[in-house]
Design a protein around this ligand. Structure first.
Ligand code: PHE
Length: 357
């Protein structure tokens, strides 16, 4: 860059200085160079600034002429500086877009938003119905003692009814060499736990995970959920069981649902039943119905009056207290409600399936 001139200002010096400055500017490529250039020409001791100061030495007519030219030159330099700076902006952007890993023109990545698993949704819906009916929701351990899973439910060691629950045992032995710990095969052990830890009146539902040593197919999983229900008080009858479960079926499957109770066997209830609803898919018409297989009925849960032995086992007087219990499988309920054909889909972690709920 040329040194400040001591020449007296004239239209020629202004013109020359402008040409030089603009010429120099066009060769600059960075913001730092632009700043140096600005200081050299337009700064407090810059060439154009000094030149303007030199105007005082001119006579009045010349000062007016040269002064206006100098001001014009100042404007020209400032405009050129601005333009050059914009050009550098554009060039930097182009370089970064073509060379850098960061492509600033790419649209941002959206954060995927999660949702509740279909089982969680249906469990909440089921528990919601029962809590409207006055039940509270409690949970219990998934690793359970033989004592609660079987013994307290009137299923002693060696009882053939144990075969109804293919059990996954936990590798733990007591002093007697017994293996008293397991993954709970149903939520029924919570019946005994709740009765032990509280006093009637009892009204609870227990959602939770269960495990069975089982080969899987479209209707069997080795882990699944259950929702257990228990009501114990003075004077509870089978009519209370029917009324409660009928209301549940109507709230979950629609006002017009009919229910059917048939005898069934569970060692911890007497009498024991399985409950079905009339088929909401074909309305009992049959003709190739995949939901009820033309029977017109769909089994949705096991239930019954709490066995006197179970009541006595937790120290309740069976002459004074009675109660009913039920157990249902939420995945099965969801399969019926949403037409899901394979229970294994629930836990296969396929987002194409899960996103539909
Ligand atoms: N626990 C039983 C099962 O897993 C279901 C059930 C619960 C039956 C309560 C009656 C009463 O098959």
């Amino acid at each position: 860059m040329t040194q400040p001139t001591s020449e007296p200002p004239s239209s020629q010096t202004i013109e020359r200085l402008t040409r030089e400055a603009v010429d120099e500017l066009s060769k600059l490529g960075t913001y730092e160079e632009l700043e140096t250039w600005r200081v050299a020409y337009l700064g407090r001791r810059g060439r154009l600034t000094l030149l303007l100061r030199g105007l005082s030495g001119l006579d009045i007519d010349e000062r007016r002429l040269v002064g206006s030219l100098a001001n014009e030159a100042k404007g020209t330099l400032e405009q050129n500086l601005e333009r050059r700076s914009a050009e550098i902006d554009g060039a930097e952007l182009a370089t970064s877009a073509s060379q850098d890993k960061l492509d600033v023109t790419l649209p941002g990545r959206t954060t995927p938003v999660g949702r509740l698993h279909p089982t969680t949704q249906i469990v909440r819906e089921i528990c919601g119905v029962f809590s409207d009916l006055g039940f509270s929701v409690v949970e219990g351990p998934e690793v359970e003692w033989d004592h609660y899973n079987f013994e307290m439910l009137n299923i002693p060691r060696g009882h053939p009814a144990r075969d109804m629950w293919n059990t996954l045992w936990v590798d733990y032995q007591n002093e007697a060499g017994e293996q008293p710990m397991l993954l709970r095969t149903h939520t029924s052990p919570m019946q005994a736990r709740v009765m032990e830890s509280s006093r009637p009146p009892i009204r609870v539902v227990v959602p939770g995970k269960c495990y069975r040593y089982e080969a899987t197919d479209a209707t069997h999983e080795w882990h699944f959920y259950q929702v257990e229900g228990l009501a114990v008080d003075e004077g509870i009858t089978f009519a209370d069981l029917k009324g409660t479960l009928y209301e549940f079926a109507r709230r979950l499957f629609g006002e017009d649902r009919k229910v059917r109770f048939r005898c069934d066997y569970f060692p911890f209830v007497e009498p024991g039943v399985d409950m079905s609803i009339d088929c909401f898919a074909c309305e009992g018409e049959g003709d190739g119905c995949r939901i009820c297989r033309d029977s017109g009925w769909i089994e949705i849960m096991g239930a019954g009056m709490v066995h006197p032995k179970v009541l006595a086992g937790v120290g309740y007087d069976p002459e004074k207290y009675t109660g009913f219990a039920f157990g249902l499988g939420p995945e099965r309920i969801a399969m019926l409600k949403y037409g899901i054909e394979d229970i294994r889909l629930f836990y296969a972690n396929d987002l194409r399936f899960l996103r539909q709920f």
